[in-house]
Design a protein around this ligand. Structure first.
Ligand SMILES: NC(=O)c1ccc[n+]([C@@H]2O[C@H](COP(=O)([O-])OP(=O)(O)OC[C@H]3O[C@@H](n4cnc5c(N)ncnc54)[C@H](OP(=O)(O)O)[C@@H]3O)[C@@H](O)[C@H]2O)c1
Length: 311
């Protein structure tokens, strides 16, 4: 299936095109024949438009000018400990600013795709499916949950909320966990990880592809978009290290309680994705396949230079 074989091409805006998921959204949208324009806030890349969602009127006016059919919002204040310290900014960036642009999209009759998290759960008994009752522990999780609810209330079937977690893979800024791990281990340093945090590693290119396919199909409501395995952080780190030819013995696990992280974390977290699995079985790669793809993409001459090398 592609936009050229049966799916009507649409006009898309990607707020946060300079980020991990946003970068892949732009690539997938272009590959599938859609017209897409992306934005950056502080890290410019060629072709991206400067947009700060906190300048609400200006940002909404720009979105209106694009006449999009779909607005993707893989943006916000994503630093969980920072959100705990600065709740005002956390709510502005993760709730009020996306809602402002969702309203602008709705006025145009466009759809809005928001990215949420398993931090909407308390992690007492995960992994969770879409029917599980949320109970966030952190400011980040609370703001994300309020955004989910506000979008459903205000946009109804025009809103799609994709919850994901532990997103990793090749990206232009090289910020995600796999890059941090590679930098630490290749310097011969130990990497300390929480031994008791469990979640669903999710491969960035797959998360983006799923979001685009869901938008093409006009799907709405809440959907979990995650990799198929639920693992603890130490296992995840060691599997990345092994795949990248780095020393997994440099990874040490310690309990979350000893880490002094600013925000409380869900421990037995992670997401189940029955809706996505039924809709498009096999869309999300296994962790091993994702890690193999990660390396292949970094070597791909067409992508090399666009993606941050891992080492
Ligand atoms: N990564 C994960 O593991 C994970 C897990 C669950 C949910 N999510 C959600 O998925 C979404 C995307 O995550 P990600 O990992 O791709 O994030 P990311 O790599 O940190 O990218 C965030 C994007 O937001 C942009 N941005 C920041 N402040 C902005 C502002 N004031 N106005 C407009 N844009 C702004 C950034 O632009 P600049 O970089 O140019 O400043 C960047 O393009 C987020 O909503 C996040 O909460 C992520």
């Amino acid at each position: 299936m592609s936009a050229t074989d049966g799916v009507a091409p649409f006009r898309a805006v990607v707020i946060g095109g300079s980020g991990q998921i946003g970068g892949w959204l732009l690539r997938v949208l272009a590959e599938r024949g859609h017209a897409a324009v992306g934005t950056y806030a502080s890290t410019p890349f060629p072709g991206l438009h400067a947009l700060d969602a906190s300048h609400r009127e200006q940002a909404a006016a720009w979105v209106r000018e694009q006449h999009p059919d779909v607005v993707f919002y893989p943006a916000g204040f994503t630093w969980v400990d920072g959100c705990e310290r600065d709740p005002e900014r956390a709510y502005a960036a993760n709730l009020h600013e996306p809602l402002n642009l969702a309203r602008a999209a709705a006025e145009l009759g466009a759809r809005f795709v928001y990215f949420s998290t398993d931090y909407v759960f308390d992690g007492h008994d995960g992994p969770y499916d879409e029917h599980a009752l949320p109970h966030p522990l952190s400011v980040y999780g609370k703001a994300k949950l309020e955004a989910e609810q506000a979008l459903e209330r205000e946009l109804g079937p025009r809103a799609l909320v994709a919850r994901t977690s532990w997103v990793f893979g090749p990206e232009r800024q090289g910020k995600n966990f796999a890059y941090q791990l590679a930098r630490t281990l290749s310097a011969g340093q130990e990497l300390v990880c929480p031994s008791d945090q469990i979640s669903s590693p999710s491969y960035g290119p797959d998360v983006a592809r799923a979001a685009v396919l869901l938008a093409e199909a006009g799907e709405s409501g809440l959907i979990h978009v995650v990799g198929p395995e639920v693992v603890d952080r130490v296992t995840f780190a060691r599997r990345i290290a092994t795949a990248l030819g780095l020393d997994p013995d440099l990874i040490k696990g310690i309990p979350t309680a000893s880490l002094a992280q600013g925000a409380p974390r869900p421990l037995s977290g992670g997401l189940l994705s029955p809706r996505l699995d039924a809709w498009h079985p096999g869309l999300m790669k296994s962790l091993d396949e994702a890690l193999a793809d990660f390396q292949a993409r970094l070597r791909d001459p067409l992508l090399k230079g666009e993606l941050k090398p891992i080492l």
